[in-house]
Design a protein around this ligand. Structure first.
Ligand code: HEC
Ligand code: HEC
Length: 382
């Protein structure tokens, strides 16, 4: 070890000497060369910040020629860059609004504005719900009538408690967001003149009334606010990895011909059996004849599409956390739970789930349950 280190040191210092020699000769060479070229040093020139008597104003640094513009900053279309016209906020778009512009606006809006203004622009974004100063709703009378340039101006310069978004959004993107805000406003307050001839606008409350929804349906929806109300959404029975054993007292509680999920061990009769916690509810429910036919499932699917998909979505994926997914809901909860929800609704939920007692017969609900059971638990990986 010792010998090795000595050797290293030895070779290290010889490298040093070599470096010093080359360094010295390079310096000498530079001095010699510099001696031959004095002209660049001696040429007449201005020193920074020093005056001159060459120009009449005595300044050596010359002002820019009038109307000089830095590269890429030729903002000759003042309206496009400011939203201001004749000293006030303008009310036109500086370029035609196409579907592509609207889509860009929607995408940028959802990135930058929804945290405070929410996806529907009602000012109830998540940050506001967590205590930030309430952001404006775009659906107020004043903002519905505000000129387009106002929205551009707010994004460019900020407004009261709202920070500006000039750094995040290019001017073209800001105009695209303005276009999308207009679309959001129209989505809530369209008049006949705003839409194609032949179509007619309807208010959400009119639709809700016609569909027999609770009166509060068209009101403001609130997200669950507290830990307790969130817990309310989550305290449903969770499917367990172990296949539930069919309760011996309710052997006929298997209404469907659900194909067994490929990953789970097929337990005869277990597919639609309730999770352990729900067993009593099913045991007290009149059991449905076993094995629903493909026709039952198809009928249930149609009933679902007519009545349920507006909220639970055509994909059955719901809109969590407000509206639960229904994929495999029968397996996850129980047929009785589904029947009870459909029959009684959930008036306390926000938004409330309406009761379908007046609309759907008991047989309709059987078909619904058959359809929902057929969505199985295959997609749900517990
Ligand atoms: C960090 C939260 C926040 C974000 C993000 C945000 N805003 Fe705001 N916005 C506010 C608040 C708060 C107000 C109310 C300001 C006030 O009245 O002092 C407001 C007000 C507004 C107003 C109404 C101005 C008026 O005349 O009353 C518009 C328009 C607006 N925002 C547009 C936008 C757009 C467009 C975006 C996305 C580019 C956006 N905001 C992003 C918080 C936000
Ligand atoms: C207006 C919106 C709306 C409509 C329409 C609607 N639901 Fe619901 N549904 C809800 C909401 C909200 C909940 C959550 C209720 C809660 O918090 O307990 C829910 C919950 C349920 C549940 C309980 C899910 C679970 O995981 O416990 C079932 C089952 C259900 N709905 C079935 C249906 C069926 C079937 C239809 C059609 C006949 C339907 N719903 C139509 C809003 C709706």
């Amino acid at each position: 070890m010792q010998g090795l280190r000595k050797q290293n040191q030895g070779s290290g210092s010889s490298v040093h000497i070599l470096k010093r020699v080359t360094g010295a000769s390079a310096l000498a060479a530079m001095l010699v060369l510099a001696g031959c070229r004095q002209d660049m040093h001696d040429q007449p020139k201005f020193f920074p910040q020093r005056g001159t008597d060459f120009f009449a104003d005595g300044r050596s640094a010359r002002p820019q020629v009038d109307n000089t513009v830095a590269r890429g900053q030729m903002h000759d279309d003042a309206y496009f860059y400011t939203g201001m016209q004749n000293g006030g906020e303008g009310n036109t778009f500086p370029f035609p609004v196409t579907l592509a512009v609207l889509q860009r606006g929607q995408e940028r809006f959802n990135v930058y504005c929804t945290p405070c203004h929410s996806r529907v622009g009602n000012g109830q974004g998540m940050i506001v719900q967590r205590g930030y100063m309430p952001a404006a709703t775009y659906h107020s009378e004043r903002l519905r009538n505000a000129p387009l340039g106002h929205f551009f101006n707010v994004m460019t310069n900020g407004y009261g408690a709202m920070p500006d978004y000039a750094a995040q959004l290019t001017p073209a993107d800001r105009w695209a967001v303005v276009a999308y805000i207009k679309a959001l406003q129209l989505s809530q307050n369209a008049t006949q003149s705003d839409i194609a001839p032949g179509a007619h606008p309807e208010t959400l409350s009119a639709i809700a009334e016609r569909e027999g929804m609770p009166a509060s349906f068209a009101g403001e929806w609130e997200m669950p606010r507290t830990a307790t109300s969130m817990a309310g959404l989550d305290d449903r029975p969770v499917p367990t990895t172990a296949a539930p054993t069919p309760p011996p007292t309710a052997p006929s509680a298997t209404p469907t011909a659900t194909p067994a999920p490929a990953t789970a061990k097929p337990v005869p009769g277990a597919a639609a059996a309730p999770a352990a916690g729900k067993a009593p509810a099913v045991a007290t429910t009149p059991a449905k004849p076993a094995a629903s036919s493909a026709a039952d499932i198809a009928a249930g699917k149609e009933i679902y599409q007519r009545n349920c998909q507006v909220c639970h979505q055509p994909t059955l994926q719901g809109m969590p956390p407000m509206i639960p997914a229904l994929i495999g809901v029968v397996q996850r909860t129980s047929a009785a739970h589904v029947r009870s929800n459909v029959t009684n609704g959930v008036p306390t939920a926000k938004p409330p789930m309406p009761s379908f007692a007046a609309k759907l017969s008991s047989e309709d609900i059987d078909h619904l349950i058959a359809f929902l059971s057929s969505t199985g638990s295959a997609e749900k990986k517990p």
